[in-house]
Write a new protein. Structure first.
Length: 342
């Protein structure tokens, strides 16, 4: 299916993953309509995505549950498909403040879907998360694994998945793709686009980077006695550009087949915390001191994806390895030590 004259609406377009998806769309010559309320994103990410994608987007600063603004946008832009990335995503924050997570991630999504139904937009891709699996009992994790959402963030993702499933069963005019991300890391290869640091952010690669830059004394590794090769936890890290490319494959599938799917996005192998640390030290030529601390209660020893179905259904596979993830993230941080902040 040709991309000519296909117009894609991206929600959360100024965020980490949304901005990289916009680059991939522009590179493939889709017309992009981008919305973001900029509560966690930056308008600079939109400008840089346009530069990296060598194209222009139609950007609107708005909430996805602002029905008058959304109705006007949908009435004037002829949207062919939606990639829905907007939402809150910090697990620990969701435990402390559950209501904003259900309001933003669930209620606002229902409002978006109601608007799309009214304007006859039926192709929809949802950014979900491997967090819906909770602590998996079988590794690697296939799409058939038990769903065990165990915090408000992952519950909100699972609730939206259920809503989408019920919607597509009730009305077969919808073609809905659900993509469960494992652990997106890295940055655009140019160093212009990446994950802007946020207060309290505790994900592994940004934390390693803070230590490498001297902004933090050492890395705390929670658990050194797991039943893994080096005793540290193992996760499936996937380059954010591979995640973005998967959305292009997903769009093509929806346009061609008009059938929905639920698929994992991962590399299919796990990297331990110490493997990630070593790879980053090699990429940055910096030493990263660390301390082994007690395990955290909710952490699991090993979690990585079985991405077979994404390859079978979409013909997509992750291409970039750990060295790329670390090198690209380091390039981004060196060029933008404060993210998009001036």
């Amino acid at each position: 299916m040709t991309t000519i004259n296909k117009t894609i609406l991206v929600t959360g377009a100024a965020g980490y993953i949304g901005s990289h998806i916009c680059v991939a769309l522009l590179t493939q010559k889709y017309t992009v309509v981008a919305i973001d309320n900029l509560s966690n994103g930056s308008i600079e990410a939109i400008r840089r995505a346009e530069h990296c994608g060598q194209g222009n987007m139609h950007f609107f600063q708005m909430d996805i549950d602002d029905r008058p603004a959304l109705d006007h946008l949908l009435a004037t832009h002829g949207i062919d498909a939606v990639i829905h990335c907007a939402g809150l995503k910090v697990m620990s924050e969701s435990v402390e403040q559950p209501l904003p997570y259900f309001q933003t991630n669930v209620s606002a999504t229902v409002s978006l879907l109601e608007a799309l139904r009214q304007h006859n937009v039926r192709n929809f891709i949802f950014s979900s998360s491997a967090a819906v699996y909770g602590t998996p009992s079988i590794i690697p994790v296939a799409e058939t694994a038990a769903l065990r959402a165990d915090n408000p963030y992952s519950q909100s993702k699972l609730m939206v998945e259920q809503i989408l499933s019920d919607l597509s069963q009730a009305d077969d005019s919808w073609a809905i793709g659900v993509l469960r991300y494992f652990n997106p890391v890295g940055a655009h290869v140019s160093g212009m686009l990446g994950e802007s640091p946020r207060a309290g952010q505790s994900s592994l690669l940004p934390t390693i980077t803070r230590v490498a830059l001297g902004q933090q004394a050492s890395l705390s590794i929670f658990g050194g006695d797991y039943p893994t090769a080096d005793g540290t936890g193992v996760r499936d890290y996937i380059h954010v550009e591979d995640v973005a490319d998967a959305h292009i494959s997903a769009l093509r599938y929806l346009f061609r087949h008009r059938r929905g799917f639920t698929l994992n996005l991962g590399t299919g192998r796990g990297y331990s915390v110490l493997e990630m640390l070593t790879a980053f030290e090699e990429a940055s030529a910096r030493r990263v001191p660390y301390e082994i601390r007690p395990r955290r209660i909710a952490d699991t020893a090993v979690c990585y994806a079985d991405p077979t179905q994404a390859a079978t259904v979409l013909g997509w596979r992750a291409r970039k390895g750990l060295a790329d993830m670390c090198a690209d993230h380091w390039r981004w941080q060196c060029q933008n030590p404060n993210g998009y902040a001036e």
